[in-house]
Design a protein around this ligand. Sequence first.
Ligand SMILES: Nc1ncnc2c1ncn2[C@@H]1O[C@H](COP(=O)(O)OP(=O)(O)O)[C@@H](O)[C@H]1O
Ligand SMILES: [Mg+2]
Length: 417
Amino acid sequence: MSSGCSAPGPRGLLCAEDCEVTITCWRGRCAVKRARGLSADDLDPSCAVPLPPPAPAHDIVLGVDEHGVPFGLRLEDVWRHVGVLGSTGSGKTTTAAILVRELYVNRVPTIVLDWAGEYPLYLARLRVDYEVLTDKLLPAVSIVSEKLDVELVLDTLRHALSLSAHQVTALHMVLGLVVGLPVAAAQHMLRLDAEGGRRLSEALKVVERDNSIVSLLNLVKTVWELVVRADVIGGYSRSEAEVWAALARRLAMIAFSRYSWLFRVRGSGVHDLVSLAREKRVPVVVDLSSIPSPRVKRVYAALLLGNLFDYAVARGPLGLVVVVEEAHNVLEHAQALFEHLLAEARKYMLGLILVSSKPSALTASMIANLGTIIVHQLRAPPRTLPGLDLADAERLGVGEAYVVTGSAEPVKVALTP
Ligand SMILES: Nc1ncnc2c1ncn2[C@@H]1O[C@H](COP(=O)(O)OP(=O)(O)O)[C@@H](O)[C@H]1O
Ligand SMILES: [Mg+2]
């Protein structure tokens, strides 16, 4: 055997052909190719010297680094959440689809909130099987949350429906009634007489029976009618009554939409959604593009995430990943909810992959809770991404990205579809 080893080459190739033994590392596992009947033990000592430290095992292979060495993430990195950021056309959705493929390979149930209905095509290109839920098959979401602080739900609805502070207070009372605030207490707060209390009770029973957003709207309308009636104890100012009228108009944006059936007062379709992802063992694409109204779509996506978190808290560690495509569309209108989810969801093994062409939409708290940030080309970079030379991100080509995990140095990676 001739001596003379080359330095580690692409993909961890350790020895030049003249060593007649090559060791190739792929996905953290090393294969020894034997030539002419030689075994690894026959390796020339001079070949053994330049052995590099073993490549870290990657469960999730993203592509190759600048030296051509495979680069990826560990599975536990996903529970600490991943941000995929970059300008339009830089390769974000392709990268997210690569992540979905790798999660599929690792048998991790994955749900994609597909803002524009792109994933079936992207996953098919990567030869990944999937289930798609669209139109009538979309899972219903619950407005009342079992585990989330009501403030987070109210904040989400406030942004989504552009509610004023007074309207939020009114909605707070309505949701309070739904989750058990005694009618007598609401009657007292609203300064209603006994007949008013009776009508409130009736409207509440309809909500309990119907569970629909229309019945919730009806409850708000009932309060509105009561406060403008003459027999209200103490009387109401015109502006107080207007709060209820305006809240009714805002709720009608969802209640009278073609997709009002998607919204329930209590009890979501999340259990079936998670079961589908687990049992089918393929990614489940929730096709949001079938909802035509951006407002309805935003509030639906935010509530679905909130409901998934509820489910994770109730059921213990979920071991589930949710990809949120065009995440800025949702998180800009549900900042408090996203900050809470990013800070808390990892405890329940609910990993989020946020894909966005608008990194400036992410707050400092959101960025601090992204364990891994994959930055593609950024034509207008924000200044808040930690540990990253933003000028370099401007020079990246399509399908290239800097990957920053924890406090490690950024690694330039060419993503492999
Ligand atoms: N890693 C990659 N390797 C090769 N081509 C890529 C890669 N990533 C993206 N592309 C190509 O670049 C184009 C834009 O990619 P896409 O993922 O849709 O970008 P974005 O989601 O950022 O708008 C597509 O035509 C896609 O095929
Ligand atoms: Mg895209």
